[in-house]
Design a protein around this ligand. Structure first.
Ligand code: ZN
Length: 136
């Protein structure tokens, strides 16, 4: 993975969306860690690596960063891309991606299934398979 100046832009651009991407305690924690990384006086390579590390902790923000940097999607569109389930080609419309959560109550890892063929991952912290969140 090479560093790019756009990582700094990404860190700024993602901030308004953190509360949508993550559960609240995680969103707050990540915002603080990002601010810390952004205000660090380390050289920019270190700073960019740190920002990538912070954003890679959770799947939704890691995916956000990937869409922003690699697919060059506008920040305003990424949230709906992450949230939108892509049905098979030819089927009209999109529905919201099912959200999966870690079954451990105190854990706030989330994952959006955007592709019906995608395997449900294990929680990166607890190593147990994530479960579909029941709709309220
Ligand atoms: Zn967990």
């Amino acid at each position: 993975m090479t560093s790019s100046p756009d990582v700094l832009q990404a860190a700024q651009a993602i901030r308004p969306y953190l509360a949508e991407l993550l559960e609240l305690p995680d969103a707050d924690a990540m915002r603080q860690r990002l601010e810390l990384a952004l205000s660090a006086t380390a050289n920019s390579t270190t700073q960019q690596a740190e920002i990538r590390r912070v954003l890679s902790v959770a799947e939704p923000t890691r995916e956000w960063l990937r869409l922003y940097l690699e697919e060059q999607k506008p920040a305003a569109e990424i949230l709906s891309l992450i949230r939108t389930y892509q049905p098979l080609p030819g089927k009209a419309g999109t529905v919201e991606s099912p959200r999966y959560v870690c079954p451990v109550a105190s854990c706030h890892q989330t994952w959006y299934r955007r592709d019906a063929a995608a395997e449900v991952p294990n929680c990166p912290i607890h190593g147990i398979q994530m479960v579909r969140e029941s709709k309220v």
